[in-house]
Write a protein that binds this ligand. Structure first.
Ligand code: ZN
Length: 266
């Protein structure tokens, strides 16, 4: 059976092979402008798409695209152009970058096996992107421009590790992203109550991995899901519940497929 490196590990290898680590990349560095950051994020995803195995199965890609599109349509203003990539990687992971790239792993789909749970995590990633959390990280790190995208840059973007720059989002950023994601889920017609269950499922996967019976979710490195966070997710804002109910009562729930067994099952 063929095995694949987790996305983060593979990206590290990529950086090492390319000789683009922090200590060896001699290109001039600068704090990237917003446009440069978007371009670099797109190049980083291109790099991953060129080097990592992609899940090409049409039905699964349509399912993921449907969930992502429903959330994107619920964003305020012009949603812009988004690209969605599913990587063959058993470690649950996801990202959403400035410029509009969403990436996630087959391992995430394995753990979050219906549209509401999947929407919870994609909404969380979009919420970080919309809040400028990744841009804020980038603003603290002068980075080299151009390709190949450096290992350090991948780390700042949260799609690869680097020499000390892969830091988790802080508790305030996580709390804000969670609240934004719950609201976004409700507006899109996904059940916001699924968010707590989604992140609990990822925590459970980590426990399974620790016991030797699962794959450590890389996603929890960037997005720690401690007890306080899970408790807060259980308190869905009334507006999110109302928005979801409005969509549900009008039969405007997304119907993305997947393995959703029933209207209220998550
Ligand atoms: Zn987060």
């Amino acid at each position: 059976m063929r095995t694949y490196l987790p996305l983060l590990a593979a990206a590290l290898l990529l950086g090492a092979c390319a000789g683009q680590g922090e200590s060896t990349d001699l290109r001039p560095r600068s704090v990237l402008t917003p446009q440069q950051l978007e371009t670099t994020a797109r190049e980083a995803t291109d790099q991953l798409r060129d080097t990592q195995p992609l899940l090409r199965e049409r039905e699964t890609n349509s399912y993921v695209r449907c969930v992502a599109d429903a959330l994107i349509r619920a964003l305020p203003g012009d949603p812009g152009n988004w690209r969605v990539t599913v990587f063959i990687d058993n470690s649950p992971n996801a990202f959403a970058l400035p410029g509009g790239d969403i990436g996630l792993t087959a391992g995430l789909l394995r753990v979050l096996d219906n549209q509401d749970r999947l929407a919870a995590v994609i909404a969380h990633m979009i919420a970080h992107q919309q809040a400028g959390d990744i841009s804020a990280r980038a603003a603290e790190h002068p980075l080299p421009l151009g390709t190949p995208v450096s290992r350090e840059t991948l780390g700042v973007l949260g799609v690869g590790p680097s020499l000390g720059t892969l830091q988790p989002f802080d508790a305030a950023q996580e709390a804000t992203a969670d609240q934004t994601a719950l609201q976004l889920m409700g507006r899109a017609g996904f059940n916001p109550a699924a968010a707590e269950h989604a992140w609990k499922a990822l925590q459970a996967e980590r426990a399974l991995a620790a016991a030797g019976n699962g794959t450590t979710p890389e996603i929890l490195t960037m997005h720690p899901a401690d007890h306080g966070r899970l408790s807060a997710l259980a308190s869905v804002p009334p507006q999110a519940i109302q928005d979801f109910d409005n969509r549900r009562l009008r039969n405007q729930r997304p119907e993305c497929g997947g393995r959703e067994p029933g209207e209220y099952t998550f």
